[in-house]
Design a protein around this ligand. Structure first.
Ligand SMILES: *Cc1c(COP(=O)(O)O)cnc(C)c1O
Length: 393
């Protein structure tokens, strides 16, 4: 049994491409070409060279000595927070902008919620000199002013989505409408392992550099190329997909996916998608999503903007359904405490998304000889105001 995608674009029963007919040519063009393009030596060469010299890879695999002592186990931090732009998202946008160029696209669109994916997309558009249009809910534009300013500095046009709840799903609808109207010259950069096939697989492959590096870095440090545990937070699921990728079919490696419980899984203010979700279709893919009994998508909630998503990618829905990964839901409070602890114990201020993964140590104990890798998906600078408010600093 493989936990990776099959040739029909499904992970078990999840995935596929449930899209309006008018979008069919765009998605089909990508589906027919992405694997071929990615396997070209010239593509791999350019991708690897930008990851090295522009993003700053390989990111360190750091043995967290004081944190390990605290929890009596061996904890390694995969430092995606040290990437250019401060998180893992750029691995994917670099890959997709190169894909867009190979497909002769000159214009890039994307949707963004908190603005992190918008910034990562605007960054690579500036790098390549391509036109960049970012759709963002009007409400999110007001909430995320610094990221809107970053996108403007990077030369992107930010278009407000003014329909519905004026948040992420409305921005997604606008982006899809744009793509339908501009099939020839435009590539749509999706920011996580979500959306219609082939996006979840393509994004997972770009993020797979994370587990590729973990394997050889562990070989150097521990003389074995697999850890006992890999722990990552899950919004849409891209940083977790990257950290799990090369270990998916090594069932001796335990995978832990951490979702946001918000104010508590049963509080009505949560983003614990796998635990609360039911099968349904969101963003063109069959997956688990939070919905009412009659199938309306419910608004998710988390203190961290990056985990505040009502669905989860199809790879993770399958990891949940097959129990290949353990899913743990962490509350706002637990995450904030874990973020503070890492700051004081290791001198690293994590993104609040990442803090959810770190909170697992208070829930679960590990053996002294276990090698536990945490994917440190991003840095906490963007979350300073939230930390200040929460702890009255
Ligand atoms: C966006 C983001 C996430 C959540 O997205 P995934 O696709 O689930 O990885 C997690 N951590 C950080 C730092 C982010 O910016």
């Amino acid at each position: 049994m493989s936990y990776n995608i099959n040739d029909k674009g499904y992970y078990g029963e999840f995935g596929g491409a449930y899209i309006p007919e008018m979008l069919y040519p765009n998605v089909e063009e990508l589906k027919d070409n992405y694997l071929k393009i990615m396997s070209e030596p010239s593509f791999q060469k350019e991708f690897k060279s930008l990851l090295k010299d522009y993003v700053g890879r390989p990111s360190p695999l750091y043995f967290a000595k004081r944190l390990s002592k605290q929890y009596n186990t061996k904890i390694y931090l995969k430092r995606e927070d040290l990437n250019h732009t401060g998180a893992h998202k750029v691995n994917n946008t670099i890959g997709q902008i190169l894909m867009a160029k190979r497909l002769n696209k000159t214009r890039i669109i994307a949707e963004t919620g908190a603005g992190q994916h918008g910034v990562a997309t605007a960054t690579v558009c500036a790098l390549m000199g391509l036109q960049c249009v970012i759709y963002m809910g009007e409400v999110d534009i007001a909430r995320q002013a610094p990221n809107v300013a970053r996108m403007a500095l990077l030369g992107a046009t930010v278009i407000p989505a003014t329909s519905g709840s004026k948040t992420l799903k409305d921005a997604t609808n606008e982006a899809i409408r744009d793509w339908i109207n501009n099939p020839e010259d435009t590539h749509y950069i999706i920011g996580s392992v979500v959306g219609p096939h082939p996006y979840p697989d393509m994004v997972a492959r770009f993020q797979a550099i994370v587990s590729e590096e973990i394997a050889w870095q562990l070989q150097e440090k521990e003389h074995k190329n697999t850890p006992d545990y890999v722990i990552a937070c899950v919004g849409g699921g891209s940083n977790a997909a990257g950290a799990f990728y090369h270990f998916l079919d090594h069932t001796e490696v335990n995978l832990i996916a951490v979702e946001a419980a918000g104010k508590g899984v049963q509080s009505g203010k949560s983003a614990a998608t796998s635990i609360l979700g039911k099968q349904g279709i969101i963003h063109g893919s069959k997956t688990l999503l939070m919905q009412t009994n009659d199938g309306q998508i419910t608004e998710p909630y988390s203190i961290s903007a990056g985990l505040d998503y009502p669905g989860v990618g199809p790879m993770h829905a399958n990891l949940y359904a097959t129990k290949r990964a353990e899913f743990i839901a962490i509350t706002d409070q637990e995450a904030m405490d874990a973020g503070l602890e890492l700051s004081k114990t290791e001198g690293i201020i994590p993104a609040i998304e990442t803090s959810h993964a770190l909170a697992v140590f208070k829930r679960k104990s590990f053996s002294p000889n276990d090698i536990v890798v945490i994917n440190l998906s991003g840095r906490g600078d963007k979350d300073l105001a939230t930390y200040i408010d929460h702890f009255n600093l």
